[in-house]
Design a protein around this ligand. Structure first.
Ligand SMILES: [Zn+2]
Ligand SMILES: [Zn+2]
Length: 145
């Protein structure tokens, strides 16, 4: 039986829907998945961890790591191995992306992100910019474009 069919049977409390982008959408209680089984498990990891989004970018990395750890735990039960390297690679994609996000659009220095609203501010030139349009796992795909 295919992984997705087993997951559908074992995790009936979530909906699973094929899509071109993998993501967990808490508002719809739905896991969207593509071909990548590790990524599918990762999204399920988000669902099982109860992730609902994030405010600060630093939280994103923690959320992503938690979802991968969960994915590895579930994967083991289904005979799918997720290596440390695979997890670190995925997280590196986020790190690069976050680094870009924090860069000041005016002077190129790295800004700091406020606790409320996720808005960045540059300490060098005082520019401010929004970076709260991010959506968990869609980021990775977005970055690859
Ligand atoms: Zn600046
Ligand atoms: Zn994720």
């Amino acid at each position: 039986m295919k992984l997705i069919e087993r997951l559908r049977a074992d995790f009936g409390r979530f909906s699973f829907a094929p899509n071109d982008i993998c993501r967990w959408l808490p508002e719809e209680n739905t896991i969207y998945f593509a071909e990548d089984e590790a990524q599918l498990l990762h999204e399920l990891g988000h669902a099982l961890c109860g992730h609902r989004g994030f405010v600060q970018d630093v939280e994103l990395l923690r959320i992503e790591r938690d979802a991968w750890e969960k994915a590895r735990e579930i994967g083991a039960k289904y005979g799918i191995e997720i290596s440390d390297e695979q997890i670190e690679n995925a997280l590196d994609g986020y790190r690069d992306w976050l680094h870009e996000r924090s860069k000041c659009p005016k002077c190129g220095q790295n800004g700091v992100q406020g606790r409320i609203g996720g808005r960045y501010r540059c300490l060098n030139c005082d520019a401010a910019w929004d970076a709260n349009d991010a959506r968990q796992c869609a980021l990775r795909r977005y970055k690859q474009k």
